[in-house]
Design a protein around this ligand. Structure first.
Ligand SMILES: O=C(O)CCC(=O)C(=O)O
Length: 271
């Protein structure tokens, strides 16, 4: 019998908090080989040299997919299985690619460490957002370097996917991403969580989960890749009796049924 990558605890974390982690979805050796390609590309595009910290900006985004074999190899069968578990293996479009690449060298190092109140968003500025949209599927965050606490990890607002689901359900005509951000963030968000882990870990985040870049006070440059796991068709959220729902669909159905919870340490945030 085939073993599933995500156990019940991770599935429940995805439904309730909005993310599940696949530890060592690829190896540290594979991650290091992919990082060589990232450094080469940063040098070609922006003159950023690994050997010369004076060329390092606070942050740099390679806004493209990298097609090198070393990079593609990091999209392993194990990762594909975990994605299939959440969105349904036949629903996922199956595109195994990495990009884009937010590299955090020292963002916010001159200020005291805190969770930023700005740049909060969900991904997808290229489509109109609806509660059943197939475009994003998941936010896939691949860690290509180790990320220690305060080491520049992405900050998630746990549970915010539920509020996004409610806002989108109230707008069946769909929303432009900026209108969506404004409406979701018109109330304080909280339950902030910093993504840390080892090179090769992958966080599978809910497509509706608000996140932002974290400050970086420690460690070597942090390299991640953000990609999506687009779906073949819109999600089914209100099917016929007896229909089966994917975990992603179940999470949205649950969010729409539940009473909204007040997040802890909530604060006003914006895009
Ligand atoms: O750099 C990060 O950790 C987050 C980046 C991000 O969310 C984005 O650029 O969409």
């Amino acid at each position: 019998m085939r073993t599933r990558v995500l156990g019940p605890e991770e599935i429940e974390r995805f439904m309730d908090s909005g993310y599940a982690t696949v530890r060592q979805a690829f190896t540290a050796r594979q991650a290091a080989a992919a990082c060589e390609c990232v450094w080469r590309r940063m040098e070609q595009k922006a003159g950023i040299r690994r050997s010369d910290p004076s060329t390092w900006p606070e942050r740099y985004d390679i806004a493209e997919h990298l097609r090198n074999a070393e990079v593609l190899e990091c999209f392993t069968d194990r990762l594909a299985d975990a994605i299939g578990q959440l969105v349904g293996e036949h629903n996922w479009r199956g595109e195994r690619r990495w990009g884009f690449w937010p590299v955090n060298f020292s963002f916010g190092r001159s200020r005291p460490y805190d969770f930023p109140a700005t740049s909060w968003h969900i991904d997808g500025n290229w489509f109109r957002h609806t509660v059943d949209s197939p475009k994003q599927g998941l936010l896939v965050i691949g860690l290509f370097t180790d990320v220690e606490p305060r080491g520049g990890g992405t900050i998630l607002s746990l549970g915010s996917h539920k509020r996004t689901a409610r806002v989108l359900a109230a707008h069946p005509e769909g929303m432009d991403h900026r209108d969506l951000f404004r409406e979701v963030l018109s109330v304080p968000i909280g339950d902030f969580y910093e993504v840390t882990g080892s090179a090769g870990d992958v966080v599978l985040a809910h497509p509706f989960l608000f996140h932002t870049k974290g400050m970086k006070h420690r460690g070597a440059p942090r390299i991640i890749s953000n990609t999506e796991a687009g779906l073949r068709r819109p999600m089914t959220l209100a099917g016929a009796p007896g229909d089966e729902y994917t975990i992603l669909e179940q999470s949205i159905r649950r969010a729409l049924r539940e009473e909204p919870a007040v997040p802890s340490d909530a604060r006003s945030c914006r895009f």
